[in-house]
Ligand binder design. Structure first.
Ligand code: KG4
Ligand code: ZN
Length: 373
C-alpha cells in the first residue's frame, strides 16, 4: 500500500480514532511507527463526579473530535487539500467500535465512517482490548528495533479500567480469552479503593504514588480466590476488605492521611499485583507460551511491571511491557492495530460498521463481563 513514507516495510499508514471512554484521541501510525498521537483527556471534567459520566463523555467527544483530528494530521505532517478532500498518504481509517460506552463510541464511529466515505478509504473497526495488547508492537521511529513479540503465539495480560483478561494471541483479529475477571477489573479495584480512601479519580496513579512511601505488608487484603486451577480473577472482595480496614482505623480515631494512607495504598497495590501475578504465572505454566505482553492502563503500574518481570524471569519467558505512554487509552494503539488488520486483509463496510458496547471478540463468544458501576 502507498504511504507518505513510501511503501515502507512498516505497513499501511492508518488514521486511528478512539472515543470509547473518557479520552478523545486521534493518531497517525505508519505500520507500527507512531507519527502522531493526540489525546484530549476528559479526566478533569469527570473527576468531580468520582468517575466517568457517560452522557457528559459523549458530549465532550463531540466537541473535541474535529480539533483533535486536525491536530493529529498536522503533527504527522499529513498534507490536506485546501477546502477538504483526502489527505495525502493516508491509506486507511481505524476506529474503536467495541467495547465501551455506547454514546461515546458512536462519536468516533460516525466520524470515522464519514471520513472513510468522503475520502474513499478503507475502514476497519477495532476491538479496544485487542488494540491494547497490540500496542506492544508500537515504536516511535523506524530506526528502533521492533519491540513486539517474536513468537507466532503469545500470551497477553490486558489490565484496564473495565477489563482484566488473559488472551492467547495468534495474530491480528485472532485473540482467544483464556480467563477474565468474574467481577471487578483490576483498574476498577484501584479506582474504587481510591474512592474509599478519599483520593481523586482515576485512583490507580494516586494509589501507586502513595504506595511508594507505604508498607505493603501493613494490612492483610485478599488476593483473589484460592485453590482454583482456572484463569479467573476476582477483585470485588478486595474492595470490601479495604472498606472494613478503613472503617476499623477510623473507629480507632485515626484519620486517613500520612503513613496510614500510604500503608493502605501499598497494601492495596500489593494485593492487586499479587493476584495478577499468580494467575498470569499459572497461565504461563499451563500454556508454555514463550512471551508475555502486559497492556492496558494498569500496565503503567511500576510495581506490577517489576513483579511480572520476576514471574517471567523465573520461567525464561520474555516480558514485553507496553511503554507507559501507550498503556493508558490512546489512538496510536487503534491505528497500529488497524494497520495490522488492514495488512491481514480485514476491513469493514463503512455503511454497516456499528458501535457495540459488549466486549465480544471478532468471531468469538462473549467472555468478560461489562464494567460495573
Ligand atoms: O486502559 P485505560 O486507560 O482505560 C480503560 O480502557 O479502562 O485504563 C484506565 C485504568 C484506570 O482504572 C486507572 O486507575 C488505571 O488504568 N491506571 C493505573 C495506573 N495508571 C492508570 N493503575 C495503577 N497504576 C497506575 N500507574
Ligand atoms: Zn483502555
Amino acid at each position: 500500500m502507498a504511504s507518505a513514507d513510501g511503501p515502507s516495510a512498516s505497513g499501511p499508514v492508518v488514521l486511528g480514532i478512539e472515543t470509547s471512554c473518557d479520552e478523545t484521541a486521534v493518531a497517525v501510525v505508519a505500520g507500527d511507527v507512531v507519527r502522531s498521537n493526540v489525546i484530549a483527556t476528559q479526566i478533569p471534567i469527570h473527576r468531580r463526579f468520582g468517575g466517568v459520566v457517560p452522557e457528559i463523555a459523549s458530549r465532550n467527544h463531540l466537541e473535541a473530535i474535529l480539533p483533535v483530528l486536525n491536530e493529529a494530521l498536522d503533527q504527522a505532517g499529513v498534507a490536506r487539500p485546501r477546502g477538504g478532500g483526502r489527505p495525502a498518504g493516508v491509506d486507511a481509517i481505524a476506529v474503536t467500535n467495541r467495547p465501551g460506552l455506547i454514546g461515546a463510541l458512536l462519536v468516533g464511529v460516525q466520524t470515522a465512517r464519514s471520513l472513510a466515505l468522503a475520502w474513499d478509504l478503507p475502514i476497519v473497526g477495532v476491538h479496544h482490548i485487542e488494540a491494547h495488547c497490540w500496542a506492544s508492537h508500537l515504536r516511535s521511529s523506524s530506526d528502533e528495533d521492533r519491540p513486539g513479540p517474536r513468537a507466532d503465539t503469545w500470551l497477553a495480560l490486558a489490565v484496564s479500567g473495565g477489563h482484566t483478561s488473559l488472551l492467547r494471541v495468534t495474530g491480528p483479529g485472532a485473540m482467544e480469552v483464556l480467563g477474565a475477571t468474574l467481577d471487578d477489573a483490576a483498574g476498577e479495584a484501584f479506582d474504587k479503593t481510591a474512592k474509599l480512601l478519599g483520593l481523586p479519580y482515576p485512583g490507580g496513579p494516586e494509589i501507586a504514588a502513595l504506595a511508594d512511601h507505604g508498607d505493603p505488608g501493613a494490612f492483610a487484603l485478599p488476593r483473589g480466590m484460592r485453590g482454583r486451577s482456572d484463569l479467573a480473577f476476582s477483585f470485588s472482595g478486595l474492595k470490601t476488605a479495604a472498606r472494613l480496614q478503613i472503617e476499623a482505623a477510623q473507629d480507632d480515631g485515626r484519620s486517613l492521611q500520612g503513613q496510614l494512607l500510604a500503608d493502605l495504598c501499598a497494601s492495596t497495590q500489593e494485593a492487586i499485583v499479587a493476584q495478577l501475578c499468580s494467575v498470569t504465572a499459572r497461565a504461563l505454566d499451563q500454556t508454555g507460551l514463550p512471551e508475555l505482553v502486559v497492556a492496558g492502563g494498569v500496565a503503567a503500574n511500576r510495581a506490577l511491571r517489576a513483579a511480572l518481570g520476576r514471574v517471567c524471569g523465573e520461567r525464561g519467558v520474555r516480558l514485553i511491557a507496553v511503554p507507559p505512554r501507550w498503556c493508558t487509552d490512546n489512538a496510536a494503539m487503534i491505528a497500529g492495530y488497524g494497520a495490522a488488520l488492514i495488512a491481514a486483509g480485514m476491513r469493514d463496510d463503512p455503511h454497516g460498521l456499528d458501535a457495540v458496547a459488549s466486549p465480544t471478540l471478532r468471531g468469538r463468544p462473549p467472555t468478560p463481563r461489562p464494567r460495573s458501576a
